[in-house]
Each structure stands twice: as C-alpha cells, then as structure tokens.
Design a binder for this molecule. Structure first.
Ligand code: AMP
Ligand code: FE
Ligand code: FE
Ligand code: ZN
Length: 277
C-alpha cells in the first residue's frame, strides 16, 4: 500500500516520525510520505526509520496557502529538505503560526476561556516544529473548557467560530512555485474539503503537478470528479490517509485510503526521481 499523506509530531500529528514508520509498516504500507504542516523537520528521522524498517519514504510537506481568506493546503513531494529558500520561507510560515496562536489565545481569554499560551508553544519553540490549532484544542480540553478536541473546533476554533482568527499567507500559485524551486512537485490537498474547484485548472497551468483525489474526507463522487479533472487537465493524482495519530481528535485513518501504484509511478517519473527507486 502507498500512503502519501501522513503527519507527525513535527506538526499536529501524535506519532513521532519513528513511531509513524512503525505504524505504517504495521498497517501494510510499503511506500509512505511524511507531509507535516509547514515543516520538513521530520525528514531525517523518518527516512532513517523507514530505511531500517525496509519502507520507502518520500520527503513531503503540506504548506498552508490562502485564497479568498480560506486555507488552501498544498502538498509538495520530493522537496529538498536542505533547500535554503524553502527553509527560510517555512520559518516565516511558522512564525505566522506562533503569532496566530497568541491571537487565538487572546480571543479565548476575552470570552472567559483562558489557556496557558506559553505551554502551548513550548513543544515547538526553537525545534523547527509547527504549532497549530490542534495544540490549542488540546490545551482547552486539559483546562476543562471543552470535553474533546472536536468540540474545541466546532464551538470555538473553526472558521466562523468565536475564537477564529483569519490568517494571512502566500497564494496557492506562489506555493506551487516555491515547491518547484525546492526540487519538488506540488499537489492540491483534499480539494473536496475546500470546494473551490475553480482554482485547480489555473494552478495546473501555472505548474501544479497533481490533485489529491484520494482522501478520507472525499466522497466517492469527489474522488471521481478529481480523477476526471486530473485526466482532463493532464495532471497527475496523489492520495493518502491524512493520518494524524491516535488521540488527534480525528478518526484513525492509517491505511484506509491509499494511492494505486501506477499513480505513484507516474508521480515519480514526473518528479524525475526514477533513479531513486
Ligand atoms: P491550523 O494548522 O492551525 O490551521 O489547524 C488546522 C489543523 O487542525 C488541520 O490540519 C487538522 O489537522 C486539524 N483540525 C481541523 N479541524 C479539526 C477537527 N474538527 N478536529 C480535529 N482536528 C481538526
Ligand atoms: Fe493537520
Ligand atoms: Fe490538510
Ligand atoms: Zn494533512
């Protein structure tokens, strides 16, 4: 099985890169990609562990872009984790995340739900790890403000709720460009969640390689639509479980959604990484 969408403790996943490899192996995955939000900090550890376990692991990333005030998640595969421009850009993204955590925590305090912001930030400070709303949600559960992570999002942290803070950020096209300059290929993540299909064709024309058609939040109709769209646009297809670990407040999806091998081979060929197989 092939799973090209996995999160670790380097962003909002609950499994360390090494544990993620163990879990993937146990689920029967033989090719995996780590795709943490706005960081490649897990690249070294995950590849070391994958090599020891006999799995193939691709260095990936999931970068948050913004279109019409909505988050657009852009996946990048085969990026060089040592690319200086990419690393500098990701540092900016993570600094914006820290500022946003402060802003969200201020709103929570204003509505009578204080949490310890320094503790929320401590785990990622100075480590290259990316913080995000899931860390706030966990702190809210620990403080007794909400029963679980899902309630934290539904009532307070999701777009439109009381403690939601809109983010600024690069356009999806800018992110496609940055991924390409770091040696990678770009794919729009879970477009069925975004429901802004009009951005896909222009992105493909400006160099986006693929569309994530296979994702646990996609209905069968969604998957079919994005497979058809990819075919019409001459784009490739990616997919994966978007696993965030157990206790992440999301269903345990590891191994539930995988990418057909021929789709993966096409991605490798397009990325020019055939020699690495
Ligand atoms: P952020 O990166 O700060 O924008 O937070 C977005 C992340 O929160 C996503 O990548 C998901 O992993 C997580 N998330 C979003 N909605 C929920 C939810 N309802 N329950 C649990 N996790 C969620
Ligand atoms: Fe996430
Ligand atoms: Fe995502
Ligand atoms: Zn993801």
């Amino acid at each position: 099985m092939i799973d090209l969408h996995l999160h670790s403790t380097c962003s909002d996943g609950r499994s360390s890169p090494a544990v993620l490899v163990d879990e993937a192996a146990a689920a029967g995955i033989r090719i995996m990609a780590i795709t943490d939000h706005d960081t490649v900090a897990g690249a070294h550890d995950v590849q070391t562990a994958a090599q020891a376990a006999g799995l193939r692991c691709i260095v990936g990333i999931e970068i948050t872009a913004v279109y019409e005030s909505r988050d657009v998640h852009m996946l990048g595969y085969f990026v060089d984790p040592g690319d200086r421009d990419l690393l500098h850009f990701l540092e900016t993204q993570r600094a914006d995340r820290v500022a946003r955590v402060h802003a969200i925590c201020s709103r929570l305090e204003a509505i009578g739900l204080p949490i310890d912001v320094d503790r929320v930030l401590a785990a990622s400070a100075g480590t290259g790890k990316a913080v995000g709303r899931p860390a706030i949600a966990r702190a809210m559960v620990e403080a007794g403000h909400v029963p679980d992570i899902a309630a934290a999002f539904d009532r307070f942290l999701a777009d439109g709720q009381a403690a939601f803070v809109p983010r600024g950020g690069p356009s999806p096209a800018d992110v496609v460009d940055r991924i390409g300059r770091a040696g990678g290929v770009a794919s729009i993540a879970h477009p069925g969640k975004l429901r802004k299909d009009e951005i896909i064709a222009p992105l493909v024309r400006s160099g986006m390689t693929a569309i994530e058609a296979y994702h646990p939040d996609h209905s069968e109709d969604d998957t079919r639509r994005y497979l058809d769209m990819a075919h019409e646009l001459g784009a490739l297809v990616t997919g994966g479980s978007d696993y965030h670990g157990t206790g992440s407040g999301r269903v345990n999806s590891l191994g539930k959604v995988t990418l057909p091998a021929d789709r993966f081979d096409a991605l490798v060929a397009r990325a020019g990484h055939a020699a690495q197989r």
